[in-house]
Design a protein around this ligand. Sequence first.
Ligand code: ZN
Length: 401
Amino acid sequence: MVRGISIKLLFLLILTVASGFGAAASAWAEPFRLTRLQLGLNAGLTRLVVEASAPPQAELAASADGLGLQLTLPATRWAAPAPDVTAGGLVAALGLPLLAPDGSLNIAIDLIEPAVVERAFHLGPQAGRGHRLVIDLRPADPNAFAAAFAAPVHLPLDTAVDIAPPPPLAAGERRRLIVLDPGHGGQDPGAISASGRYEKEITLNVARAVAQKLRATGRYRVLLTRESDKFIRLNERVSLARKREADLFLSIHADSLGGDRATRGASVYTRAEAASDTETEALALRENRADQIADGTSTTEVDDVVSILLDLASRDTARLSSRFAGLLTASMGETTPLRRNALRAANFRVLSAPDVPSALLELGYLSNPADEALLFSEAGRDRLAAAVVAAIDRFFGVEAR
Ligand SMILES: [Zn+2]
């Protein structure tokens, strides 16, 4: 109790000094104010939220003793109450913001064990909150910690960076290889939303989010058929999964239905020579057209090859594909609206690997405003990705944490 009071007093003192300093350093057109500091847990990660009057930039470095971290916010005025929570998750103690002579604020973060940044991103003002820098930490071994903070890390991270390999598995445990296939790319934009945004963008973003979550479990290896806005032929996507002996292949797409703004929801597809319905047959034709966009190749000869491959497909692969597709449909249904008869089949060329269980996920409809908003929001993307990861965990018999 006594300690709590003295910390609050110290905070007031720092606030006063920091504000004074900020006023003195008014060469700054817009004094940057730190308005809130929050520590919490999110999906098994330790989350630090820095809220400020403008999008916060920060540097995260190893502390001098190498046992913790120091967060530095350049030329900042501290105008916030003391955080309610100063320990939790991987954080043993969140220090008081201390003003450095150059006007920056330093926040010491004592760690229970070495940790690295899993992700760090900006959130814009919403629901009464200001600009936020969200930093998620996850445990790491001392080597990964040393490597990650060999130099100060500038936050937010531009992209989701896999800083360190996932924690080691128990002896004899094999990590499954998941190949994620973000649909379209390069000169093939895929479907285009009412407001002119591209399917190829959302498929890559969701695939990245899924990859990050899968890697974070430490249970999977993950490969993306494309890591950037690049055109990849359908058969190249399939052969990557086969060559690497993937345990599962998931192609990720988002559909669009011309003038139909009402239809929304996710749907899941497996491979079948005869389509389950005419709508799905048309969808498969649209998705199979991707290669033509690049080089005008006729689909006829490739379709012959596909038929041969399909004949070779083992019943086990088909059964596993169906099982995964069922689990994925159920998992998506817990998160997002589903199409009626959400589990369908057609002759999708990208699902033609005879030896890799495969499914295709249509996340929703870019022609529907609600789906478009969901797919292009970070929160929506995160929820969809979590649903995919839950389905993969169930498929491999792992209970999600
Ligand atoms: Zn597509």
